[in-house]
Write a protein that binds this ligand. Structure first.
Ligand SMILES: Cc1ncc(COP(=O)(O)O)c(C=O)c1O
Length: 139
């Protein structure tokens, strides 16, 4: 059983009052708050290893690349992907959905197909599909 209070305590930013009320943050799709372990890992990285990933042969670049690929392997394991090559890091949802519509969509969506999305979608999950429909000349 997940202890919600313990999970909340892992996020230092939630330990404050906003408008005299305990902060409750629900805008995670836009910007997700980070737990202490992540904040510490980011701080450690910038203090010790910050360098170009996959584009250097010096020690810091090798360490940065090792950490980056280590994270990819952890994600692969977590989502039960077969290969690390299946794990792509993007800078956000909009970029990711554009990649999906331009790769999967361009390859597999054809004349006569319909693209169905819900009325609740954010722009990031509407525009890429509208653009795909236009490219494929779907009604
Ligand atoms: C509900 C929701 N979905 C998707 C997005 C797009 O996310 P990103 O900025 O990572 O492209 C946002 C951004 O604000 C959002 O609020």
């Amino acid at each position: 059983m997940i202890d919600a209070q313990k999970v909340k305590q892992a996020f230092p930013i939630l330990d404050q009052l906003v408008n005299d009320e305990p902060l409750i943050y629900l805008d995670n799709a836009a910007t997700t708050q980070k737990p202490e372990a992540v904040l510490q890992a980011i701080t450690d990285y910038y203090h010790q290893d910050n360098a170009n990933v996959h584009r250097g042969v010096h020690t810091l670049a090798e360490r940065a690349t090792h950490s980056y690929e280590g994270a990819r392997e952890k994600v692969r394991c977590f989502i039960h992907a077969n290969e690390t090559a299946e794990v792509l890091f993007t800078r956000g949802t909009t970029t990711g959905l554009n990649w999906v519509s331009r790769s999967y969509g361009d390859r597999f969506v054809n004349e006569g197909d319909e693209i169905v999305i819900s009325y609740m979608e954010h722009h990031s999950n509407i525009i890429p599909w509208q653009q795909l429909a236009a490219r494929k000349k779907l009604p």
